[in-house]
Design a protein around this ligand. Structure first.
Ligand code: SF4
Ligand code: SF4
Length: 174
């Protein structure tokens, strides 16, 4: 195509765009839903009786290419149990100044403790409020859940939890 032809083709794009209806999102007054698998804020999930799924293994932190996750695990005891099994995540932090939303952390998690929500409203004006701890990341308690620490369901094993055999009434069903 000649240079004149190139110019005409370019102006053609401009010309055709002039008659299209503009798409202007009225955010924040009007919020559009995200795609279902949008990578938004993370969530630390619970079992149906309220115990935490996180076992403090740090695999998510090792998988993170941005070094955005900090985890400190600790031992559960019979007197103070936060998750089934031996360990739980005593400290869990995600630094959203570093996170690039890649989702590698949720792929690495062996218990599906860590998933991502569609929540994207996380802007803030200082560093410390963008480091989210368990207070912001833990899933809210649903009806029937008991806040940890508490014992595992009667007669239940770790496997019953991992296989999803625990009900919100605190019983194991196999
Ligand atoms: S989404 Fe990616 S960058 Fe963000 S915490 Fe997970 S692994 Fe790290
Ligand atoms: S969120 Fe998952 S991968 Fe990360 S420490 Fe907890 S159990 Fe391990």
């Amino acid at each position: 195509m000649t240079r004149f032809g190139d110019a005409l083709a370019g102006f053609g794009v401009t010309f055709s765009t002039m008659f299209k209806k503009p798409i202007t999102e009225q955010y924040p007054e009007g919020k559009q839903p995200t795609q279902a698998r949008y990578h938004g804020r993370h969530q630390l999930n619970r079992y149906d009786d309220g115990l935490e799924k996180c076992i403090g293994c740090e695999l998510c932190a090792w998988a993170c290419p941005a070094d955005a996750i900090y985890v400190e695990g600790a031992d559960n005891t019979d007197a103070e149990r936060f998750s089934p099994g031996e360990r739980y995540g005593r400290v869990y932090q995600i630094n959203y100044l570093r996170c690039i939303g890649c989702g590698l952390c949720i792929e690495a998690c062996p218990t599906r403790a860590l998933t991502m929500t569609n929540d994207y409203e996380m802007a803030d004006d200082n560093r410390s409020d963008l480091i989210y701890g368990k207070d912001k990341l833990l899933a809210p308690l649903q009806p029937g859940m008991q806040p940890p620490p508490h014992a595992m369901a009667d007669g239940a094993t770790d496997d019953d939890y991992y296989l999803g055999h625990i009900s919100s009434e605190g019983g194991a069903h196999r």
